[in-house]
Design a protein around this ligand. Structure first.
Ligand SMILES: *Cc1c(COP(=O)(O)O)cnc(C)c1O
Length: 234
């Protein structure tokens, strides 16, 4: 299967899942997750219609940035404060904000570049220890703190990584919990709180995530095939 036909197939499944929840396929943004894949493959995906790509490491964005055709970059993985400066003028949204400390650093660097950075607050609704993100209980407070203290940040929504489940239906509760928080803010545009994105769903569970209200899915394996982690040098 080519990258192009994989993308077409995912678009079909995406549309079917969106229609199941009373929306259309175009209401759900497909972000192609390109970690551990090279510029050639990424450009192939862009040629096939991909407008947004996701990377989980700062270093990979740095390495590929010049080699990839114009596209919107999303940082979807854990971000260390000391690395914000490298990507602040390269990415269009940071999905993984889970502390005020990180938000303040993003705010500071954004101000230096005279820009407003779009961010999502990462919620770990399953409270898995291995994952980053805050608990659902902490979410309102962090949103409020960022809105009050970070003038160069626009809070665009929430992001969630559900635990891997053999049967993705078992992840529904985690998605719906985050959707409930999202709905409290969606539509009410209050200064720097301007919700538009609910980033949930990966290769294994994106259809279920869409059915539960996701409007942004992050899909890697189903587009590019399995990643070869052995080739990872760092
Ligand atoms: C790798 C990754 C994805 C994509 O995972 P696949 O299972 O390959 O689709 C999505 N979100 C995040 C945060 C990731 O790190």
């Amino acid at each position: 299967m080519s990258i192009k036909s994989n993308i077409e197939y995912i678009q079909e499944l995406k549309t079917a899942a969106a229609e199941k929840s009373g929306r259309s396929g175009s209401d759900v943004l497909l972000v192609a997750v390109t970690k551990l894949h090279g510029a050639d493959e990424i450009n192939e995906a862009i040629d096939a219609g991909i407008t947004d790509i996701g990377e989980n490491k700062v270093q990979e964005i740095m390495d590929k940035y010049e080699k990839v055709k114009p596209v919107r970059w999303h940082l979807i993985g854990h971000l260390q404060t000391n690395k914000v400066k490298y990507i602040i003028d390269k990415v269009s949204m940071i999905h993984s904000v889970d502390s005020l400390k990180l938000a303040r650093e993003i705010d500071k660097r954004a101000a230096q570049h005279n820009l407003t950075m779009d961010i999502l607050v990462q919620v770990n609704s399953a409270e898995e220890e291995s994952k980053f993100g805050i608990t659902t209980e902490e979410t309102d407070q962090l949103i409020l703190d960022i809105a009050n203290q970070c003038p160069n940040i626009r809070i665009r929504g929430l992001m969630c990584i559900a635990p891997y489940e053999e049967d993705p239906n078992d992840a529904r509760a985690y998605f719906s919990e985050v959707k409930q928080i999202y709905d409290k803010y969606a539509g009410s545009q209050e200064g720097r709180i301007d919700f538009q994105y609910l980033s949930m769903g990966m290769t294994n569970d994106f259809e279920v995530a869409i059915e539960e209200g996701s409007n942004l899915i992050r899909v890697g394996t189903a587009i590019f095939g399995y990643r070869d982690y052995r080739s990872e040098e760092k």
